[in-house]
Write a protein that binds this ligand. Structure first.
Ligand SMILES: Nc1nc(=O)c2c([nH]1)NC[C@@H]1CN(c3ccc(C(=O)N[C@@H](CCC(=O)O)C(=O)O)cc3)C=[N+]21
Length: 362
């Protein structure tokens, strides 16, 4: 999902950053609370200074230097589950009221293993909420025209409310031509340039917001993380995650910076962020010293790294060095179990929204 061409080289912790890191060990109180859905008040990290509390001894006991603060885990898997419950209820309410079941068509070209897995997971998720899913599997050597023909037939099919073309497409196809062909009313991925353009403009509303960035914002909302007036940094500028994530944060009244492969000293910029969304596709690139104490970290990266202990021979890690981040940040999404499941939940939500809009059902 994230571009793997982005490479940052400077990941060595500076001594200043190490100091920052150490100081922060006392700045955040571990806060574990069962997930509540709906807007919640995010716990303000408790900070104490040695000089503000008269009852506290002036020296920090040595033992506490070794107790490392640990960030709250933003549990995307469980939020996604809750969203599936909500979508299920709406799907059945719609079916009972007007006899319409939302339908999603997925087009998969070629036989990339990861893509096949994602498509299978999307299908399973549809089944679990009562959305009908159709799948078109085309061979790797199909022509662009063949893909366009499928899109055109799904555009005209009244039982289809959402169309998703699994990316990446084979190299010989023009992604732009193909994404432009999806009817914007069925563009549940939100990748049509008209939807992105509206997302970028004040006073305009896109019909759909891309699933992964939408899932990131949804996590912030459901964990009660304030966005308005905050400094947010997005790492990565891809069309499908980084750029729309930055646009969404701006619509939420954050002050947004985008850091990318040509940014000088990216860690100086990320260190100012109250919220970081990372989507670069580089395992463990974001180190603890890139993070401001108490920041909230949303890690979109899903990177396979070799692991002989895993039966698959690999395991998935994010862009963010989780171990380090959880000592500095106030909240972090894990990989797996963070943004990934939210992407699929948002796809289900977008498909429901589409069916409701097409059938004028509130
Ligand atoms: N047109 C299009 N739309 C997409 O939304 C799209 C796409 N193309 N191409 C590929 C990426 C990738 N993507 C993911 C979806 C779910 C998980 C997911 O659920 N991951 C789980 C499981 C990971 C595992 O263990 O395999 C997790 O992170 O916990 C990951 C990645 C959607 N993408």
């Amino acid at each position: 999902m994230a571009s793997s061409s982005v490479l940052f080289t400077d990941t060595s912790p500076s001594s200043a950053a190490r100091l920052l890191h150490l100081r922060h060990r006392h700045a955040v109180v571990p806060f574990v609370r069962p997930l509540r859905v709906g807007p919640t008040q995010f716990p303000t990290p408790l900070r104490f200074s040695l000089h503000t509390s008269p009852s506290r001894p002036p020296l920090v006991p040595l033992a506490s230097l070794t107790t490392e603060a640990s960030a709250k885990v933003i549990d995307g898997k469980s939020v996604a589950k809750q969203i599936r419950v909500e979508v299920t209820a709406e799907v059945s309410r719609m079916k009972e009221a007007i006899g319409v079941t939302p339908g999603l068509a997925v087009i998969l070209v070629g036989d990339r293993k990861d893509s096949a897995t994602y498509v299978r997971n999307k299908k399973k998720a549809c089944d679990s909420v009562g959305i009908i899913s159709l799948e078109a599997n085309l061979p790797e050597d199909s022509t662009e025209q063949e893909v366009l023909n499928y899109i055109s037939s799904f555009n005209d099919d009244p039982s289809v409310h959402g169309i998703l073309v699994q990316l990446p497409l084979p190299k010989h196809m023009n992604e732009q031509n193909i994404l432009n062909a999806v009817r914007i009313e069925k563009d549940v991925d939100g990748f049509h340039p008209l939807n992105i353009g509206r997302l970028a403009m004040r006073g305009r509303e896109p019909l759909f917001v891309p699933c992964t960035p939408k899932g990131c914002i949804e996590l912030l909302h459901r964990y009660g993380v304030p966005i308005k007036g905050k400094r947010a940094v997005v790492i990565g500028r891809s069309n499908i995650v980084g750029m729309p994530a930055a646009l969404l944060l701006q619509r939420e009244d954050a002050t947004v910076s985008i850091v990318h492969s040509r940014t000088n000293n990216p860690e100086e910029i990320t260190r100012q962020a109250d919220i970081i969304i990372s989507a670069v596709g580089q395992p463990n690139m974001i180190r603890g010293n890139w993070i401001k104490p108490g920041a909230v970290i949303i890690d979109v990266g899903i990177n396979p790294v070799e692991d002989s202990n895993d039966p698959r021979g690999y395991r998935l890690v994010g862009d963010v060095c989780y171990e380090e981040a959880s000592k500095v940040a106030s909240a972090v999404t894990p990989v797996p179990g963070g943004v990934g499941p939210m992407t699929i939940a948002m796809l289900l939500q977008n498909t429901l929204i589409s069916a409701k809009r097409i059938h004028n059902f509130e």
